[in-house]
Design a protein around this ligand. Structure first.
Ligand SMILES: [Zn+2]
Length: 212
């Protein structure tokens, strides 16, 4: 991969390997960082971040996409086996607060209506991660989430910043963790989050040693 200036942005927290967003790495590959979310919604919250400045999965070139699918499977299995369930989401540009792809993954089980209670008509099933590329090419945006093996996109007309974070925070019974800026200034919650991050790091170490 070519890491020229066009693929790395100086003002972007996900382009800078020394930024605080990448403070707790779990795995590094040629195209990706997998890190603990520094503001976890719950125990076992990770981010999969491409090294290249790409806005979302829909924009990944073929080699990056293929590597992503492998990491997605690997970490889905890890979270499911370690924490009992797995869900994920990504803002395909719509409502992003950092304009650099970061797929969020964490333990959660529930119905899609818990996340999008407004109307079933806002939900469209997605069968394959590859479909996100087609949708992105057509619409230029998407709001993607998964629960277990099931995947959906949400009508982008209801999209806004922290759309999924706020909703999953409520569904996970941690509503105050939705707003990560507020969470950051809450010392007690951040101490709790740091314990979860250290536990997650230890769990990954154990799991990855076993699976090699
Ligand atoms: Zn970036």
């Amino acid at each position: 991969m070519d890491f020229s200036e066009s693929t790395i942005r100086k003002d972007c927290p996900h382009c800078d390997p020394n930024s605080f967003a990448l403070k707790f790495p779990l795995k590094e590959t040629s195209n990706f960082w997998v890190v603990c979310d520094v503001h976890p919604l719950t125990r076992g919250h990770i981010l999969i971040i491409p090294k290249k400045h790409l806005s979302c999965i829909g924009e990944y070139p073929e080699d990056v996409f293929n590597e992503f699918v492998e990491l997605n499977d690997l970490f889905s299995n890890f979270i499911k086996k370690t924490y009992g369930s797995v869900s994920s989401f990504e803002h395909g540009k719509i409502g992003q607060t950092v304009f650099h792809s970061h797929v969020q993954m964490f333990p959660y089980i529930g119905s899609p209506e818990t996340i999008v209670p407004e109307s079933n008509s806002f939900l469209t099933a997605v069968h394959n991660l590859n479909d996100l590329k087609t949708i992105f090419q057509k619409d230029g945006a998407y709001l993607f989430f998964s629960i277990g093996n099931d995947k959906w996109i949400v009508d982008i007309k209801i999209g806004k910043p922290r759309f999924f974070r706020d909703r999953f925070a409520v569904a996970l019974h941690n509503p105050r963790r939705g707003n990560w800026k507020e969470m950051h200034s809450d010392t007690v919650t951040m101490e709790e989050a740091n314990r979860e991050i250290h536990e997650l790091t230890a769990n990954w170490k154990k799991y990855s040693n076993k699976s090699i």
